[in-house]
Design a protein around this ligand. Structure first.
Ligand code: SF4
Ligand code: MG
Length: 334
């Protein structure tokens, strides 16, 4: 399949004061194919939302290139062209409570984007479109004139999804869309997103803070730590064979459904706090917490390398300096 979105060496720094720079995103590269879901996972503050917001041009990148549908968009400013592709890229927010204006009816909320992006649409057509969108996301036409507070959390997230879909985007950044919802509702929203993806041929960047729900929806998963990608592989591969010690720790934190398995399993508990991205550790940024760190880890930054086919890792245990792969790139157990 074709690549829809390509990110090369994306860096986003925020200058907090004359001598304080928040290195939110540092030299991140990946692509997303048409119709694919890329999961982007990491602890809060690792820069994953900043990646999503920079893709949607809510932030201007400090450096790096973003290409969308074959065009470089990272150097664009507010022009006509900007409007044309912003309708192609939409966002679903984490918090369905604060992301919907409490004084607007559902119809007004969903119509907003249509008024901006399709100003020639007659009011009647626009209203009909809103009705269709409500049904598409599993709400009823009768609810069109209600206000956000009259809905449950899951229903509000459905409204947020309808709003994103109103302008017929091809790419959606879903920024922790289920994190604020009850566990019982999470699967419903994930299933809705997957169904809409199939129907509308959507491409997703699905952001999550842990690995528990992303496997189901993601074709591939990228793991972030302190502003950098540290592992990227297909979901099956990542769950079956995590290579980076941080990914191993994240995976070991997911509760297993079988209580016997759960008891027998060894949980990797990371020591220490996530370091401050204003002053990240030298060498491998994970070395202050890594249970497998070796001598060079604090001194030399590992390179994000394709260690196995389509499986990228940023860790000294693999690749050139590593001890886990033999000459034929076969895994050697240590
Ligand atoms: Fe751990 Fe070293 Fe690998 Fe970093 S490079 S994850 S510190 S083993
Ligand atoms: Mg976030």
């Amino acid at each position: 399949k074709n690549v829809l979105l390509e990110v090369k060496n994306l860096t986003k720094h925020f200058q907090l004061s004359s001598n304080k720079t928040l290195r939110a995103v540092d030299d991140v590269s990946f692509y997303i194919r048409q119709g694919e879901t890329l999961g982007l996972v990491g602890e809060s503050g690792c820069g994953k939302s900043t990646v999503g917001r920079t893709l949607l041009q809510l932030y201007k990148p400090t450096s790096g290139v973003i290409r969308f549908a074959g065009e470089t968009i990272s150097d664009r400013t507010e022009t006509k062209g900007h409007k044309a592709y912003t309708s192609q890229m939409q966002m679903i927010f984490q918090d369905p409570y604060s992301s919907l204006n409490p004084r607007m009816t559902v119809t007004d909320i969903i119509s907003e984007g249509l008024i901006t992006h399709r100003p020639n649409l007659a009011k009647k057509e626009r209203q009909e479109k809103v009705m269709e969108l409500l049904e598409l996301v599993g709400l009823s036409r009768k609810q069109a004139n209600r206000y956000p507070h009259e809905f449950s959390g899951g229903q509000r997230q459905r409204i947020g999804i309808a709003r994103a879909l109103a302008v017929e985007p091809s790419f959606i950044v879903a920024d922790e869309p289920i994190a604020a919802l009850d566990v019982s509702i999470q699967a419903q929203i994930v299933n809705l997103l997957m169904e809409l993806q199939r129907q509308k041929k959507l491409t997703y960047l699905f952001i999550a803070h842990d690995l528990s729900m992303v496997k189901h929806i993601s074709d591939r998963i990228a793991v972030m730590y302190l502003g950098q990608l540290i592992e990227l592989a297909s979901s099956e591969e990542l769950y079956a064979r995590p290579l980076h010690p941080y990914t191993e720790a994240l995976l070991s934190a997911i509760p297993l459904p079988d209580p016997l398995q759960e008891q027998a399993r060894e949980r990797i508990v990371l020591q220490g706090e996530v370091p401050n991205p204003i002053n990240p550790p030298s060498g491998c940024r994970f070395h202050t917490r890594c249970p497998k760190a070796i001598d060079i880890c604090g001194m030399v930054t590992p390179v994000f390398t394709e260690v196995l086919p389509q499986h990228y890792v940023k860790c000294h245990l693999y690749g050139e300096r590593g001890r886990n792969l033999d000459d034929n790139n076969k895994m050697v157990s240590v």
